[in-house]
Design a protein around this ligand. Structure first.
Ligand code: DQA
Length: 148
């Protein structure tokens, strides 16, 4: 793993004002600033991107696969619908940790199914914005294990 790419999908640009009782009051910029600092302290580079468009996410997953970057992906609602994102992960060989702020299994049944989970390295959900921090820790631990 050369670097970590944090990819956020639709509506995650609204964090801070979007249903704060579910997603918390931190903005995406707050979370990204914290993750960049955490990665820097660990000697890693971490790049953050967000898009409301499925094709952007497909392109970025493919790019991370080519670059051998670890991916932290919150695909938002595309998690539950997108064959294209699933195929991008399996086709590019990108190492993806799927994350969600909320515990999707405690919510509406349409959120219980993820098309991403079967092709993800692992899934972290339900810890609010801490889910992203835990995903960084997981990628770092996996990379260290691979090296040893
Ligand atoms: C989410 C959960 C999804 O069901 C939802 O569509 C989102 C956010 C989460 O982080 O909890 O946009 O991925």
């Amino acid at each position: 793993m050369q670097a970590i790419h944090v990819l956020n999908g639709p509506n995650l640009n609204l964090l801070g004002t979007r249903e704060p009782q579910i997603y918390g009051s931190e903005t995406l910029a707050d979370i990204e600033t914290r993750l960049v600092a955490k990665a820097k302290a660990l000697g890693l580079t971490l790049e953050c991107r967000q898009s409301n468009h499925e094709g952007d996410l497909v392109d970025w997953i493919q790019e991370a696969g080519r670059a051998d970057a670890g991916v932290i992906l919150n695909a938002g609602a595309y998690t539950h619908t997108s064959v294209a994102l699933r195929d991008a992960i399996s086709g590019s060989g990108a190492h993806v940790i799927e994350v969600h702020l909320s515990n999707v299994h405690a919510r509406e049944s349409f959120r219980h199914r993820s098309l991403i989970s079967p092709v993800a390295r692992g899934v972290i959900l339900g810890f609010g914005s801490l889910s992203y921090d835990l995903a960084v820790d997981a990628l770092v631990a996996l990379a260290a294990k691979k090296k040893s």
